[in-house]
Design a protein around this ligand. Sequence first.
Ligand SMILES: O=C(O)CCC(=O)C(=O)O
Length: 245
Amino acid sequence: MTLSPSRTAPARSPLGLRGLRAAVAWTHRASAQARAAALLVEHRQAQTEIVRNPHLNHDWANAIVRSPLLLDSVRAAIGPNVSVENTFLVMKWPGRDFTVPWHQDGIGSRVELDPRRSLAAWIAISDAPAAAGCLDVIAGSHLRGYLPYGPEADTGQDRGRADAVSEEPEGLPVSIPVKAGKALLMDTRLLHRSCPNTTDRVRIALNVRYVAPDGIVRRDPTCPSLLPVSGNGWPSAPTEGRDRP
Ligand SMILES: O=C(O)CCC(=O)C(=O)O
């Protein structure tokens, strides 16, 4: 089934004409690698691929979404009041055929995010070279606004993570390798996907949707509440990556 966006999204992006910002530091490389090593130990046996909303019940993820370095960049883009709408930890194990199809982070059966008041952060916990299935993006694709989409199940890859765009997108895909400790910020309309990990090391990333309080239309009332992480009078929590690299 294909669904259409409820309204035409404005063209202006908080992240400029390409609709992305690469290599944004969120912590020291060594501390990201230490977190990756701990996750590897925890999930190796089950070969877990996706952990939903870990920021709600894992201290390490709650700390990452509050990384001061990251929040500086998020606030500069969408303003001082920031909450987390949703997170996914994605682990790509060697030898598995794990593809995430083309999609836009700000639209789906759960929510529609206002692209002027939201952004997506793809946070590398381990190194993510191209061969490990880093993100491929189509720079500037946000300028076309939100596109018709359908459940990921339509692509035969139902991991329950995202709604895929219904048609093969136009434009030239570019791979964006990201080192552990760095993040890629994206306009919530930017088309992106990821291909299988063909290396012999696990690739681990935390995907975060940040939104200002007035930047969200909820479609699924069972989704967890927004978690405020920046703005006057909201609670604070321990941070991972507090020191600037
Ligand atoms: O981590 C990945 O491979 C892709 C995840 C992604 O694009 C997303 O959750 O929006």
